[in-house]
Design a protein around this ligand. Sequence first.
Ligand code: ASP
Length: 326
Amino acid sequence: MTRRKFLNQVAVGVAAATANTVARSAESKEEKGEVPLIVSTWPFGKASNDEALKILLGGGSLLDAVEKGIWVTESSGNGSVGLSGSPNAAGVVQLDACIMNGPDHKAGSVAGLEGIRHPISAARRVMEKTRHVLLVGEGARMFALEEGLESVELNSKERYEKWQKQRASQRAKPAEKKPDNHDTIALLVLGKDGNIAGGCSTSGLGGKLPGRVGDSPIIGSGLYVDNEVGAAGATGLGENVMRYCASFLIVEFMRQGMTPHEACVQAIRRVMRTEPKGTNLSINFVALDKQGRYGAAGTDGGFQYSVTTPGGSRVLPNPGIGTPER
Ligand code: ASP
């Protein structure tokens, strides 16, 4: 072998070895993320994530982390969750929430709940203390009160009038992307032990018909957890999420081998296949998997999501869905 040939071979070998190392380290980063991992919808989810992490690092359970984390947003005055929830068309705030626990695949939900400070706690009590999954309306409220949950006055004339004014000004500017103020906290947690749990809380669409229930408290739509695979949660126009069981679909896509981001994208593409072209779907998702990978995708340009690990918390932009095949 000539000296030149030998050097060339060494160079190729070194390059290949370097490429392998890079590929392997990228892979292993992909394969196993940092835990505990908490992922939630919107920038307001970050404070909830931080609280959830604090609970976990202090020895609390996954469900404590989900519940107490979501408490932060329910009390935050963000205009669409808990205490500051938007009123329905009759001026009444009706709240929806759910919680799901991976290890035993149990779930609890409340819908159309009035006058309770923490609907996520009512959902957890439904899961842990009843034979049921979903309680609605007055029944949910009576149950929450019996369980000793704090009742609050969520409705006020001033609040309703303020909301009506906001809506009128948004209608006067149809170019604005989001005509109604509606957002949800969907929060997913992967624990150090590999177990997964999640929760969701919202007042749903502002101005909704009294009694309307969105995707958020519907297991498989606004939230789904499968301890063998991962979890997904939604925010946006519930009607476009619940007709496709979108969170369930995302988890099933991950089961088939997709990353959390790919799974969110494919679920949106699935919805797009049957919706009229140009429809503003307003559907946005977050997901995480058992390996500690996370991702999101949404049709709202302004959608953002929050990710927290012991290494810190970040608010990330909507990575989008690429060019949808229709
Ligand atoms: N998905 C919620 C609902 O339709 C609202 C939202 O997340 O913006 O009730």
